[in-house]
Design a protein around this ligand. Structure first.
Ligand code: RAM
Length: 360
């Protein structure tokens, strides 16, 4: 039986019965039996770098939040890459960045639909684990991108840049702007967000350097990647801490809302703001003097690398082990690092001098 007809039969079964039953009923003609050589090697835990790139795969993208412009750009990058590779893309997800139950149910749905791979940005590291492990048992490859789960709950994590680079450079930028002195605060996304929490830990570590002895981190606030909540949190930070000199917002939604608040207030240009934003969101605030510098990577490339990694995994070219290498089209060759982490590259710093060269 061809894989596509097996999939239809099993999908129909899965739709009317429990997944476990469907898997039993499809026993003997599961995906395992129709694997090519590369697939067999991968099933045995070995990568076959020469295995052909499979076509006709379906990769489901599950961002942290569907209506977040950052993920719109990232997932478009994934869609384009899959089109080039002859595979299909679909996107599902919640509109709130703090709906972990919603994310879990989307993982379960994609598993029932027997997609070949899932690229997911986790709202919470642990909450998705059981569902993701169930997907992997069903031979679905799991790639996290942007925000990771626990390493045993996925095959690989596509990191936008090393957490170290992202965390330390934001502190360095703000410290320079405030002359290494004064109170600062962080405006983050959701309190459970794996990516933001990893960066915040590194920021705190960077702040231990004696050169920052006159800088005091007074608060970490959470805007949940909700524009209104982030705006109000910024307002609250300034009310509670009238001597605040600077804010780091490592989220595209947060930095935009904070810039909007500052630019319409008496603090414009006085309270410094940096963090992670998109050039299109931040251009106006760089030009009107609210923000001097901020940083980000190209989200489209992050989505593209997630898609290409998913296809390489599903083709058996890699298994997610440290040291394996693969070709990611025009992005070049990547090597899998410790714990299955793949770094996209270095973040780019945007200022008034270069912000107009970017359009995302
Ligand atoms: C927001 C999200 C995302 C993060 C970017 C920088 O869009 O929180 O997870 O990577 O900001």
């Amino acid at each position: 039986m061809r894989k596509s007809s097996i999939r239809r039969t099993c999908a129909a079964l899965a739709a009317v019965t429990s997944l476990a039953l469907a898997a039993t009923a499809c026993g003997g003609t599961t995906k395992e039996d129709v694997k090519d050589e590369g697939g067999k090697a991968a099933a045995a835990g070995k990568a076959d770098p020469n295995a052909a790139t499979k076509k006709g795969l379906t990769v489901g993208f599950l961002p942290k939040q569907v209506n977040n412009p950052y993920f719109t750009v990232a997932d478009k990058g994934g869609e384009k890459a899959l089109e080039e590779l002859g595979s299909s893309y679909k996107e599902v997800g919640t509109s709130s960045g703090t709906d972990t139950a919603g994310q879990v149910s989307y993982v379960n749905t994609l598993t029932q639909q027997q997609v070949d791979a899932i690229a997911v940005s986790a709202q919470d590291p642990g909450a998705l684990c059981t569902a993701l492990k169930q997907a992997m048992k069903n031979d679905i490859k799991i790639v996290t991108y942007d925000s990771d789960t626990n390493p045993e709950c996925r095959n690989a994590f596509i990191s936008q840049a090393s957490a170290d680079d992202i965390g330390r450079t934001q502190v360095q930028q703000l410290a320079e702007q405030i002359g290494n002195k004064g109170e600062i605060a962080i405006l983050s996304a959701a309190q459970t967000a794996t990516n933001q929490n990893a960066w915040i830990e590194i920021m705190k570590d960077e702040l231990k350097d004696p050169k920052y002895k006159d800088i005091k981190l007074v608060k970490v606030a959470y805007g949940d990647d909700d524009a209104q909540k982030s705006f109000q949190q910024t307002q609250g930070l300034l009310q509670e801490h009238p001597n605040l000199k600077g804010i780091i917002s490592p989220t595209t939604v947060g930095i935009k809302a904070a810039a909007q608040y500052l630019s319409g207030s008496k603090y414009k240009g006085k309270v410094k703001l940096t963090g992670l934003g998109t050039p299109n969101d931040m251009r106006k605030y760089v030009k009107n003097g609210t923000v001097e510098a901020f940083e980000l990577w190209d989200p489209a490339k992050l989505g593209e690398l997630a898609a290409r990694t998913a296809v390489a995994l599903a083709s058996g070219q890699i298994t997610g082990k440290e040291g394996e290498t693969f070709e990611a089209g025009a992005l070049g060759e990547y090597t899998i690092g410790k714990d299955g982490v793949i770094d996209l590259g270095k973040p780019t710093v945007f200022t008034a001098d270069n912000v107009d060269q970017y359009n995302f």
